[in-house]
Write a protein that binds this ligand. Structure first.
Ligand code: DC
Length: 228
């Protein structure tokens, strides 16, 4: 077990970037927030940024598959993200979108927005600026270790079986496990097969399977990886 103090000292030595990638519902956010807190680093949920652009598009009545319109929108939209213990709170053009970005409408449209290369390059630019301003951080997404920060201090690929991920989601928001599992598998396939920045395990990332581990066990494991 690594003490929080030792790990925090490690974080002070240089700008520490912890990249966390993996499929939806694997526990990336819970692990990411806990690791950030133990290291005294800021935490960035980049999925919330793709969701924020999607929210802005739907609010304007734009078609999320219209590449030029959505690309242009991503460059002008004003978004502020704030990490809280309960999750990331998000304002889009001054409107609180924290609840809506997790809703069904945004969730079903976000894959199309995340496949838009112009959106991706704009959000990657904003993510790099955020890390530069915060002197490092724990950054969670799908392409963080592969594209955004290929030189991150530590790259994690956090995963869990589709069944376990579905069971966790149903415990949180209800629904039928088999249906939720099917939609998780469909979303994984979309995220892993898109042409721009698909979700992949890089050869230098450490795979952490959270199916059988508690959050505390995962966090201790991650901190020990950083120490070594
Ligand atoms: O992690 P999430 O479910 O909130 O992500 C929302 C969507 O954005 C999901 O379809 C994956 C995509 N995404 C991405 O393509 N790249 C990222 N860095 C983060 C999320």
């Amino acid at each position: 077990m690594v003490s929080a103090q030792t790990a925090a000292n490690a974080a002070e030595r240089s700008d520490v970037i912890v990249a966390i990638d993996g499929p939806a519902g694997a526990g990336k956010s819970t692990v990411g927030r806990a690791v950030a807190q133990r290291l005294g680093l800021e935490y960035l949920d980049t999925g919330a940024m793709y969701r924020a652009v999607t929210f802005a598009a739907l609010r304007r009545g734009l078609d999320p598959t219209e590449e030029a319109d959505i690309g242009e929108l991503s460059e002008s939209v004003v978004m502020t993200l704030e990490a809280t213990p309960a999750g990331t709170s998000v304002h889009v053009d001054g409107v609180d979108a924290t609840i809506e970005i997790r809703g069904r409408e945004v969730t079903s449209a976000v894959s199309a927005v995340a496949a838009n290369s112009r959106v991706r390059s704009e959000l990657v630019r904003r993510q790099r600026r955020w890390v530069a301003e915060h002197r490092g951080g724990v950054v969670e997404g799908r392409d963080i270790g592969s594209v955004v920060f290929p030189d991150a201090t530590l790259k994690l690929f956090v995963t869990a079986s589709p069944r376990v991920r579905a069971e966790r989601r149903v415990a949180e928001i209800g629904g039928d496990v088999a249906d939720v599992e099917a939609s998780i598998i469909a979303r994984d396939r979309k995220d892993s097969t898109r042409s721009d920045s698909p979700l992949i395990e890089t050869s230098d990332s450490v795979v952490v399977d959270t199916s059988e581990l508690s959050i505390d066990e995962v966090v201790d494991h991650v901190l020990s990886l950083l120490e070594s």
